[in-house]
Design a protein around this ligand. Structure first.
Ligand code: ADP
Length: 514
């Protein structure tokens, strides 16, 4: 139940906003990128437009000049030929007179004349239409077609000032020369620093007619547009350095990794919070169990003491042994009470870091003797057999005597509490892998592997198993043991088999120098 709600709360509080934020950012990102792409495309459109416009201006200026010679000169042929020589990209001019094509250049092959006549006939409708534009002072250059073999473009325009006196002229333009000497020059001064520009011939297998970079292979152009006046020719433009696609891609990659990282961070925080909350909840539960355990632990001896004192007070108990026995019970129960209170006080002192240790060098066996001198009686009383297997007397440790004795008492208390039929406790001292050890072994109920992981936690008590369930305790004993041992730079180990018994081993650093 707790888990399910915690997951839902954590998801709603942390992950959901993060996921929503990520979705929002992604959509904003892609629309931003669309805008950038649009701006870039517009820029490319502008470049292509300016190239087309420039080509049109150049060709129009030629048409204007030819028109001028034709209208203003009585015998314009010579002047036109001279003009042709000065314009290398303009290879010839034809006139359409009495349904016949006349060439300015006399060295013309008859098939060419037939070819141009055919072009004029094919484009007849458009040519007629263009004638009417003269009324509004507009001279339109009409591309008639290209001669792919000779790379020539034919453009028709009407010379004259009105449709009535108009004369149809056809310009023959050398495409390669025009691209390389007119278009390229124009591009060089304007955009070639930042852009790759190429011209392709679509009719000839996309042949590269021109590329702005020498000795370089052109990139795969994404932006290609038709050249207005050159029906089969395309101009392609692309930014140098990083293309917008590259920029967009790398930005997208960066953003995705950033989002993934942030999401991961959120998940990590959520997991941490979840674990922390779970731990706190567990601790809170253990604490509340602890309070009820302690109350129970205190109430029972108090009730016993109360009862025995009342009985003694009434003076009805006569035999001396009986009176002694009652006093004994009262003594035992008070000792148990002070043991509980001591443990709680020790624990709170240790937890708040207020405990001070008074380290002194002590022979390890002396510590055992000290504890047993007071505890032996208790053990015998409870019907326990105590065995000791102590190491040589020279083994010494630097410890706070009172605290280590408390540790041993705690371990002995547990050995007593958690022993059933076989009441046998063994205390061993010795050296193991460079440590001095004190072992308290019992043949009691043992601890499962699963529980062994938690028994040193504060307030933790094993609640399964008959004896474990009934034995009284606060769950503080072993956590105090662990605190104290670690404060001595030592370790606490447990070897236990369920149903067979347990060995608790305190390991302390050897003190050699004495
Ligand atoms: P408690 O007050 O419950 O004895 P401890 O911290 O001393 O608290 O011990 C924690 C738990 O470890 C106990 O509840 C008990 O289940 C288990 N335990 C400790 N010592 C022994 C032992 N010698 N044999 C079996 N179980 C033990």
């Amino acid at each position: 139940m707790f888990k399910k709600y915690t997951y839902i709360i954590l998801f709603n509080a942390l992950l959901l906003p993060a996921v929503l934020f990520a979705i929002f950012e992604f959509s904003a990102l892609s629309s931003n990128e669309k805008v950038i792409q649009q701006v870039y495309n517009n820029q490319l459109e502008t470049i292509v437009f300016s190239v087309n416009q420039y080509s049109d201006d150049i060709i129009s200026s030629w048409a204007e000049k030819i028109n001028y010679f034709l209208t203003e000169y009585n015998n314009p042929a010579d002047t036109l030929r001279k003009y042709l020589k000065s314009k290398v990209q303009l290879s010839n001019v034809f006139l359409w007179k009495n349904n016949k094509v006349l060439s300015l250049d006399k060295n013309i092959q008859p098939p060419k004349i037939v070819y141009i006549e055919r072009l004029i006939k094919i484009n007849d409708k458009q040519i007629r239409k263009n004638k009417s534009y003269l009324n509004v002072n507009y001279r339109k250059n009409e591309p008639l077609g290209t001669d792919e073999a000779q790379k020539k473009l034919y453009l028709a325009f009407w010379s004259g000032v009105n449709p009535e006196s108009a004369q149809l002229c056809v310009m023959e333009i050398d495409i390669s020369k025009f691209v390389k000497e007119v278009i390229a020059v124009r591009l060089q001064v304007s955009v070639e620093k930042e852009f790759y520009v190429a011209v392709f011939n679509r009719a000839a297998n996309n042949d590269l007619v021109y590329f702005s970079e020498y000795n370089k292979t052109p990139p795969a152009f994404n932006f290609r547009k038709n050249l207005w006046l050159f029906p089969n020719y395309d101009i392609a433009v692309q930014i140098k350095k990083n293309t917008i696609e590259d920029v967009v891609k790398s930005r997208l990659l960066l953003n995705i990794s950033l989002f993934a990282f942030i999401e991961l961070l959120f998940v990590l925080v959520a997991v941490l919070i979840f674990r922390f909350t779970r731990k706190e909840m567990k601790l809170a539960k253990l604490k509340s169990e602890f309070i009820s355990n302690v109350s129970h632990e205190i109430r029972t001896p108090l009730a016993l003491i109360n009862m025995y004192i009342e009985t003694l007070d009434m003076g009805r108990i006569k035999p001396e042994e009986k009176v002694k026995e009652y006093y004994q019970v009262i003594l035992q129960e008070t000792q148990r009470l002070s043991g509980i209170v001591n443990n709680i006080l020790n624990f709170s002192k240790l937890e708040s870091g207020k405990t001070t240790f008074n380290f002194e060098i002590n022979p390890v066996n002396c510590l055992v003797d000290e504890v047993l001198s007071t505890y032996n009686f208790h053990l015998k009383n409870k019907g326990f057999v105590l065995k000791t297997e102590l190491a040589e007397d020279i083994l010494k440790v630097k410890v706070d005597k009172r605290s280590i004795c408390d540790v041993l008492v705690n371990l002995l208390d547990n050995a007593v509490k958690y022993s059933a039929e076989v009441k046998e406790i063994t205390i061993r001292t010795g050296v193991k892998s460079g440590w001095v050890y004190i072992e308290v072994a019992d043949k009691g109920i043992g601890i499962s592997k699963e529980n062994q992981r938690f028994i040193f936690d504060q307030f933790y008590r094993v609640t399964q198993g008959n004896l474990a369930h009934h034995a009284k305790g606060t769950g503080l004993g072993l956590s105090i043991v662990k605190y104290v041992v670690e404060a001595h730079n030592g370790k606490i180990e447990v070897d236990s088999t369920e149903g067979k018994g347990s060995i608790f081993r305190v390991l302390l650093p050897i003190k050699y120098d004495v």
